[in-house]
Structure formats: structure tokens, C-alpha cells
Design a protein around this ligand. Structure first.
Ligand SMILES: NC(=O)c1ccc[n+]([C@@H]2O[C@H](COP(=O)([O-])OP(=O)(O)OC[C@H]3O[C@@H](n4cnc5c(N)ncnc54)[C@H](O)[C@@H]3O)[C@@H](O)[C@H]2O)c1
Length: 358
């Protein structure tokens, strides 16, 4: 079986806790062969832990992309840098798995879509929740529901650090210069301004939360029930830390709510209701690998009662995402989480922000 040789750009929490263990689990299909991080501490710490030779560790992503023995690039560095690395990787003929969000502005999305259209490379966006078998089964069940009357998308979670510090031992950078920090801050600010204009800080924070967490929920919602006709309302409170919205699907409404707080619980689900059936997918924190993702189905049993089935598989959504990536590369398929698909998240975020600005 052909192995895909992966070069990784950005070796922080997502790479250390989620991707490298997934690639190792799938070592018959993948081999991590090169690393890049702007922090020498992280690059060497992760390189030593995962036995990446010193000559395959880079501070500059261009050097990683130039390696002949890299077939695919995982992009897991800060969001504001994703676009330029995707474009560079595609033009070097490398396949790409880019962490969410793929990019920050619609213009950037269009540039990536255009480059993707004329290349032979696979570009897959890392909204891994959509690769969970429970979610895939839910989509199938929902397709068969004719009378959906109400949906809920809920994602209220504790701070990531509350899960990570208790369960992992991440190598953090201690050598990032103030110039590098400032460059990232500036680039992120410029991109957000390009996306939503000059707006109050609360709306910038809202957009950040949409890009960071809500792209999981909104993209899963789109796969489950399609694109809404319009945003009925959207609002934020707590300086952009909590968001609610209602999406109009013509015959039903989907209510969305999200936020982060200091209670170390992960309460995330999508629920589709109809007259005689309720389908629900429940997610837990991704930072503890292999936690069950539940698919629950409630059916009217016709005798004043309820038939309840609750199931899950033992597979991590990051592993499922990489398996899908392998299949897409080997069989030249377009990923369901393609650049074009991701663009719809940005379109909806834009519509939500527009409602909040009124
Ligand atoms: N799918 C998920 O559930 C999930 C979870 C966490 C993070 N993410 C995404 O993964 C990406 C990384 O997040 P994280 O939590 O690992 O962040 P992090 O800050 O822990 O790690 C980012 C790493 O990138 C490095 N870096 C910064 N600028 C760089 C550059 N220009 N070139 C190379 N390396 C650079 C940093 O030194 C750091 O080690 C983000 O896009 C985030 O949205 C996705």
C-alpha cells in the first residue's frame, strides 16, 4: 500500500495532540516526514518526540514545501497564514489538509478555489466532526425525514486549556520574538477588517469565534440540512463571546447558539426534529482522543412511549478525516469539505455579522 509522506506546518496543540497521534495510528497509510514551526523549541521538541530527522525540520514553510519526499502538507499554524501556504503547496504539486478555518475572507477563499480548480492536488478542509461515522449516519437518516419541523445546533464549551492541561503535555514555544507576535496580530487584524470592515471589537471577537469554533457547527449543519434561505436574526453578547442565530429553511427554523465559559464541559450537538422522529449527534472535546460521538434516534412508538437508540463507534474523527483524505488523494476525489464547501461558511458568517451590525 502506498504511504503518503506528510510535511507539517505548525506543530502546536492541534498537531501534537490530534494529528501526529492520528497519523501514527494510520502508519500503514501515512508517514510524517518533515516539520516546520517558527519556534525552534517546538520544532525540535516535536521533531525529537516523533523522530523526524534534523535535516527535515524547518523554520520556513517554503523549505518544507520544496522537499521532494513530501507528498502532502498539513497546515496547522495560525489562521491568518493558511491561505499563502495552501497556494504555495498547490503550486508545488502537494496535496493539502488545512486546519479550519481554511481562510478568513471571501476573496481569499475565491483565490484558493481558483487555484484548486486548475490543480491535480486535493485540498481538504479540516472540519473533522463531519467525518465521524455517527454524523455520516445522521446525515443519511435526516435525508429520509420528510417533515422536519425544527432544528437545533448547540456548542457551548469550556476553555480548551481546561481539557488540554489535564490530559496532555504540550511543548509550547518560548522563543517567539515580539516582531513575530506583532506580525501575526497585524495580519489577523487586517484580514478580519478585509472580511467584515471596520466594526466594534465585539463584532471582531464574534467573527473570530465563528471562524474558530462555529465553522465546525455551521458546516455540519449545512451537510445535515443544507444551506438556509436566510438568516432570520443573529445576535452576540458578552463582547462577542456568545452568539445566537436563527436560520430560515422555509418550512422550519434552525436555532444556533454557541459560547465558551469556564465550566470544563463540552456540550455540542446538532438535533433535527420531525413529527415522529428526532435525530441527534452529540460531540465531546476533540482534545481527548477517541471519546464517543453519539448518534441518538428517538421514534414515536405509537403507544404513548418512545423508542430510543443510542450508538457510537470507537473511532476518532481526526482519524476518519485522515482516512477520507487518503481515499481522496488515492482516488482523485473532491473532498466533501472542499474549499468551495468552506466558502459557504464564510457566506453565512457574513450574513450573521450583517444582521448584528443593524
Ligand atoms: N479541528 C480542530 O478541532 C482544531 C483544534 C485546534 C486547532 N485547530 C486549528 O489548528 C490551527 C493551529 O491551532 P493550534 O491550537 O494548534 O495553535 P497553537 O498556537 O497551539 O500552534 C500553532 C503553532 O504554529 C506555529 N506557527 C506560528 N506561525 C507560524 C508560521 N508562520 N509558520 C509555521 N509555524 C507557525 C506556532 O509556533 C505554534 O507552534 C488553527 O488553524 C486552529 O484553528 C483545529
Amino acid at each position: 500500500m502506498k504511504k503518503l509522506r506528510v510535511g507539517i506546518v505548525g506543530c502546536g496543540e492541534a498537531t501534537q495532540i490530534l494529528h501526529l497521534p492520528s497519523l501514527y495510528q494510520l502508519r500503514d497509510k501515512f508517514e510524517a516526514v518533515a516539520l516546520c514551526d517558527i519556534s525552534r523549541t517546538v520544532m525540535n521538541g516535536v521533531g525529537n518526540a516523533w523522530q523526524i530527522p534534523a535535516e527535515k525540520r524547518f523554520l520556513d514553510y517554503q523549505e518544507l514545501i520544496a522537499q521532494d519526499d513530501v507528498d502532502a502538507v498539513l497546515i496547522a499554524n495560525p489562521n491568518a497564514y493558511h491561505k499563502e501556504i495552501i497556494l504555495a503547496a498547490i503550486s508545488a504539486g502537494k496535496h493539502v489538509l488545512v486546519e479550519k478555518p481554511m481562510c478568513i475572507t471571501l476573496e481569499d477563499a475565491d483565490e484558493i478555489i481558483a487555484a484548486d480548480a486548475v490543480s491535480d492536488c486535493v485540498v481538504q478542509v479540516g472540519t473533522m466532526r463531519r467525518y465521524s461515522p455517527s454524523f455520516v449516519s445522521a446525515c443519511q437518516l435526516v435525508k429520509e425525514m420528510e417533515d422536519i419541523n425544527l432544528c437545533q445546533v448547540h456548542d457551548v464549551i469550556g476553555r480548551n486549556s481546561q481539557f488540554i492541561e489535564a490530559t496532555s503535555n504540550v511543548i509550547h514555544a518560548d522563543d517567539i520574538t515580539s516582531d513575530q507576535i506583532e506580525a501575526l496580530r497585524q495580519r489577523t487584524n487586517e484580514s478580519i477588517t478585509a472580511a467584515i470592515g471596520v466594526v466594534p471589537d465585539a463584532l471582531r471577537n464574534t467573527y473570530n469565534l465563528l471562524l474558530g469554533l462555529s465553522t465546525h457547527d455551521i458546516s455540519a449543519m449545512r451537510e445535515l440540512i443544507g444551506m438556509p434561505e436566510r438568516v432570520l436574526y443573529a445576535a452576540q453578547k458578552y463582547n462577542g463571546g456568545c452568539i445566537t442565530a436563527a436560520f430560515d429553511y422555509g418550512t422550519f427554523i434552525c436555532h444556533f447558539e454557541t459560547g465558551t465559559n469556564a465550566v470544563a464541559e463540552f456540550n455540542a450537538y446538532l438535533q433535527v426534529n420531525s413529527r415522529e422522529r428526532v435525530v441527534r449527534v452529540e460531540y465531546d472535546t476533540p482534545y481527548v482522543r477517541n471519546l464517543p460521538i453519539y448518534l441518538e434516534v428517538l421514534d414515536a412508538n405509537g403507544r404513548h412511549g418512545v423508542k430510543r437508540t443510542r450508538q457510537h463507534t470507537w473511532s476518532d474523527p481526526f482519524v476518519e478525516e485522515w482516512l477520507a483524505f487518503y481515499d481522496n488523494v488515492m482516488n482523485k476525489k473532491t473532498p466533501k469539505t472542499s474549499p468551495q464547501d468552506f466558502r459557504h461558511d464564510l457566506e453565512l458568517f457574513q450574513m450573521m455579522i450583517d444582521q448584528m451590525e443593524r
